[in-house]
Design a protein around this ligand. Structure first.
Ligand code: 2HA
Ligand code: ZN
Length: 301
């Protein structure tokens, strides 16, 4: 066979596979999956995802499920019981990062590091229908994500779709110097920079140091998510929620930046929190009034 024949042969044999790859609306190329992978990479670039730290889940729309369904596996895994149940998530589909998989690898191989799971009709079990290749399972924090989705869907009239967990340095450091108390922590964050009260006018919840991956931390977090769209896990990290990837990443970013500014100001001030200038409670009220925001007045003096 001469060279031209062999090239022609390769082309003929590969043509249908190439056509399929190019024309198929492959799951990896869906806009929601591009957004999902982008957030994972953005979080990695921020330094929030050491090793397998952090995780992300996205509640898919009916249209997204319909588009992806032809590519779901013919043999879905077994239904896996969750220790938690949610009526408002019966039959929901989630895109999830995998337990033990690294956020820094998501963009390189989505089908290995990310999966789609289906929730059963009772809202108390899931099964993997796409991705998580090589025997992957959803994030170890899936019960927290699931409970948080349920609570935020109810709190936002169905608008919330994204739950994001990361290990941002300054937020974790902050929980070493402040009590695990939502009012104290929120006031400090709001007063770090004027943007904060606009981004999270309800404040931020805080759970004390608890066992990661446990049903107890899932329940404690979701209880706070009834009020707040972000909850700090003392000594561990932060959970943020939102209607889309931009808003959710932005919330995580704003909270982490405020914690960093507070830490910098403390250092510049020789460790004292008696700053020469800060944002007063009346300043916070004025900002909220200007934008017609529903400020959590309980956190103001
Ligand atoms: O996924 O972040 O909390 C690893 C973790 C556990
Ligand atoms: Zn974590």
């Amino acid at each position: 066979m001469d060279v031209m024949d062999s090239v022609q042969g390769m082309f003929d044999m590969g043509a249908s596979a190439v056509k399929e790859a190019v024309s198929k609306p492959a799951v990896e190329r869906q806009p929601f999956m591009r957004g999902f992978a982008r957030l994972c990479n953005d979080g990695w670039l921020q330094g929030w995802h050491e090793r397998n730290g952090g995780n992300l889940t996205y509640r898919m729309t009916d249209d997204e499920v319909k588009t992806c369904k032809p590519y779901f596996t013919d043999e879905p895994g077994e239904w896996v019981d969750m220790d938690v149940q949610a009526d408002n998530l019966r039959g929901a589909f989630f895109t999830v990062t995998g337990a033990g998989r690294f956020m820094r690898n998501v963009e390189l191989d989505i089908a290995h590091n990310v999966g789609i799971v289906e929730t059963n009709g009772a809202g108390d079990a899931y099964r993997v229908v796409w991705g998580l290749h090589d025997g992957g399972v959803p994030t170890s924090e899936f019960s927290s994500h699931f409970m948080n989705h349920s609570v935020r869907v109810a709190a936002t009239d169905g608008a919330c779709r994204v739950i994001y967990h990361a290990h941002p340095d300054n937020v974790i450091a902050l929980t070493k110097i402040l009590p695990p108390d939502a009012r104290t922590v929120t006031r400090m964050l709001w007063k770090a920079m004027t943007e904060c009260v606009m981004v999270f006018p309800k404040g931020v919840g805080v759970v004390p140091c608890m066992v990661p991956g446990s049903t107890e931390i899932a329940r404690a977090t979701s209880e706070l998510m009834k009020t707040y769209d972000a909850v700090i896990w003392a000594q561990h990290g932060l959970f943020a929620s939102g209607p889309d990837f931009d808003a959710t990443f932005g919330l995580m970013h704003a909270i982490e930046k405020a914690a960093k500014i507070h830490g910098l100001a403390l250092m510049m001030n020789g460790g004292s929190s008696e700053f020469a200038n800060t944002i007063s409670d009346d300043d916070l009220r004025a900002i909220a009034r200007n934008l017609n925001l529903a400020l959590n007045e309980e956190f103001l003096d």
